[in-house]
Design a protein. Structure first.
Length: 223
């Protein structure tokens, strides 16, 4: 992807916390136009964005959904019902699920407990028209912030990417690459279960070969 193409593409981020602002910094550094929204008016997060993600634009969730070609969900999963799921279903944008079901933070959520589906499959069913992709969830935000490297760098780390929409997966893989990480196509959305909390890959900061080994089905250890 050329720098001109990156600048033309708008990345929207729903969630202005630690993960959201890190991803906004990475996307801005990669040359994308970046909109970031919290849970209310843009003015409420304007100073946070100015300090933590200079170059990004504080926005509302409505503006993010209306203007972004790629929308990243970076809110706590326990707040998923507060996201504009109806608008995301009909917007036609590629939606990236960077969230995790983390019960110590979110509490016990039956919709994620009482299912054999991956958490992203549950999210997909909440916004059935969205072109959902899962990534950015299995590396800590500190590591995302510090480990981005240009393509070809010997210390470059990798991120798994899964989706039921091959074209959407390709778009997001290009975004991941532009933001400083090797993108590993790990298959369909159901395969996201391989890098959820409780698995070998979750929390790892690994290069391509090491992460591929971690994603093997026999290494999954659900807690």
């Amino acid at each position: 992807m050329s720098s001109e193409e990156r600048i033309e593409r708008t990345i929207g981020i729903l969630g202005a916390g630690k993960l959201g602002t890190v991803l906004a910094r990475l996307a801005t550094a990669a040359g994308f136009r970046v909109l970031i929204a919290g849970s209310g008016a843009a003015e409420r997060i304007a100073l946070i964005v100015e300090v933590m993600a200079p170059g990004a634009t504080a926005s509302t969730a409505h503006e993010v959904v209306a203007e972004a070609e790629v929308v990243i969900l970076a809110a706590p999963l326990g707040k998923v019902h507060a996201l504009p799921t109806t608008a995301l279903s009909g917007a036609g944008a590629v939606v990236v699920d960077a969230m995790n079901y983390w019960w110590p933070v979110d509490g016990i959520l039956p919709v994620f407990e009482e299912t054999e589906l991956s958490s992203s499959e549950v999210v997909r069913d909440l916004m059935p028209g969205a072109r959902l992709v899962k990534t950015f969830n299995h590396m800590g935000y500190h590591e995302l912030d510090s480990e981005a490297r240009p393509a070809g760098h010997p210390d470059r780390k990798a991120l798994a990417v899964v989706s039921d929409d091959p074209a959407a997966l390709e778009i997001v893989a290009e975004v991941v690459d532009a933001m400083g990480f090797d993108a590993i196509d790990a298959g369909a959305l159901a395969e996201g279960i391989r890098f959820e909390p409780g698995t070998t890959a979750f929390g790892a900061t690994a290069g391509r070969a090491e992460l591929l080994a971690m994603l093997e089905p026999m290494t999954v250890q659900r807690s």
